[in-house]
Design a protein around this ligand. Structure first.
Ligand SMILES: [Zn+2]
Ligand SMILES: [Zn+2]
Length: 425
């Protein structure tokens, strides 16, 4: 089995009791990465009897417990159950190296490859052997962008018979990295010059660290300091206003990221060697304790506040949005995918309509703050990236199956791949 995620937005989950294979009959579960939409149902799989091996990369193994503990706090587990399940997951899970082939029971083997997205992410290729016949299946997982901060570019996968390909952004193209950083700089600088606060809803794993990396660049690099006079009025490497990371999970993961620096890309490693910690700058504060969060709600503008959840469906961002949305001086900046049925999607959709409002936490909140979406920050490859990655394989896969995308995105990607001569089922 590959990945075992919790649903997002409007999706429906099939109960584990109705799965085609009973959980206690599954030998292995492979995890492409530690996002909750890929690991969130691992605890219920365990309580339903799964007792096989959990296989992933080393960084994913390092992130599993912290991600699941946070998610399970929102589920109906007692403290004792939670620790017991996490203990079992720790015992069953194994970190593996990238780029090597490992044997499984029954004559199959697997290998992991890097493809951006988030630290620890891997695409997984399986080879099944029957006598002299071989059949290979490649699971793309969530493919990353070419130029994701901190992460090496996607690797080229070996040719495979079946490709199971994600399609989140199958109908979209992203802005490139410099363009999106420029837009982030523009939004921050204009809002702060106007005495407003910038709110950035962000997932604790991946996006929060990418943002810190990008803010560090804006406040440190000469090019951006020249472009935005606000930044140059402060010392290099210093934020013009306090930046608060209001997420206990985000702060914890940022620490784990620092320990995993060996898995960063060259650019991030070089910054670290030159003495600039790419995940830290002057003026960055972590509001890890709940008490800090409550105080932050009354903080006088201007500031930059990064908080989860990334789709505004829960977490500390919800309290912030209730206060921030009605004030036209504020700016809400979306830097990630907003699934259908989430508050984030509603805010985006209704922000440009007169009298627009969003229902948050059961309350109707009017939207007068500015709302911007910067699409390039997605941890997912765009349509071009998905097609390029597929084309990078030496031979065409005999079949492609699309997953992990809304119907419109899948249709667009299907016709694009078909145009390039692929057979998409
Ligand atoms: Zn993901
Ligand atoms: Zn995903």
């Amino acid at each position: 089995m590959v990945d075992c995620g919790a649903v997002q937005g409007n999706d429906q989950a099939l109960p584990l009791s109705e799965w085609p294979v009973a959980p206690d009959n599954i030998d292995y579960i492979f995890l492409t990465h530690a996002h909750i939409d890929h690991i969130g149902r691992l605890p219920s799989l365990i309580t339903s009897g799964f007792n096989g091996d959990i296989i992933c990369s080393h960084p994913t193994k390092a992130l599993l417990a912290v991600m699941l503990r946070d998610a399970m706090n929102f589920m109906d587990y007692s403290g004792e159950e939670l620790e017991k399940i996490l203990g079992i997951i720790d015992e069953l899970s194994w970190g593996f190296e990238y780029g090597q082939s490992f044997d499984l029971k029954g004559g199959a083997s697997f290998s992991l490859g890097r493809a951006g997205h988030i630290l620890g992410f891997s695409f997984i290729r399986f080879v099944f052997r029957h006598g002299t016949n071989e059949y290979s299946v490649l699971f793309s997982g969530d493919l990353g962008n070419l130029d994701t901060p901190l992460l090496p570019d996607p690797e080229i996968p070996e040719a495979s018979d079946l490709l199971v390909l994600e399609s989140t952004y199958g109908n979209r193209l992203h802005e490139d990295r410099e363009k999106r950083l420029c837009r982030l700089g523009e939004v921050i600088s204009a809002t702060i010059e106007n005495q407003g606060t910038v709110y950035i809803p962000a997932f604790a794993l991946g996006r929060t660290q990418e943002l810190l990396y990008e803010l560090d660049r804006l406040f440190t690099e000469a090019e951006w300091r020249q472009k935005f006079p606000l930044f140059s009025r402060h010392d290099s490497g210093t934020s013009p206003v306090p930046v608060f990371v209001d997420t206990p999970l985000g702060a914890e993961i940022t620490k784990i990221f620092s320990f995993l620096a060996q898995f960063w890309d060259q650019e991030a490693k070089e910054l670290m060697l030159s003495g600039d910690d790419p995940l830290d700058f002057n003026g960055l504060y972590s509001a890890a304790r709940f008490h800090d969060h409550v105080r932050l709600l009354d903080y006088d503008k201007p500031a930059i506040i990064v908080a989860g959840s990334g789709m505004c469906t829960g977490g500390r961002i919800v309290d912030h949005l209730k206060r921030a949305l009605p004030d036209p001086e504020n700016h809400i900046v979306f830097v990630g995918y907003q699934a259908m049925g989430t508050s984030g999607r509603d805010i985006l959709r209704y922000s440009h309509k007169p009298g627009g409002y969003a229902v948050i936490d059961g309350e109707r909140i009017s939207i007068r703050a500015k709302v911007t979406k910067i699409s390039g920050y997605s941890a997912h490859a765009d349509a071009h990236g998905l097609v390029q990655w597929t084309k990078s394989m030496k031979e065409k896969p005999a079949r492609i199956k699309l997953v992990h995308g809304e119907p419109l995105a899948q249709m667009a990607l299907k016709s694009e791949l078909t145009r390039h001569g692929y057979s998409v089922v």
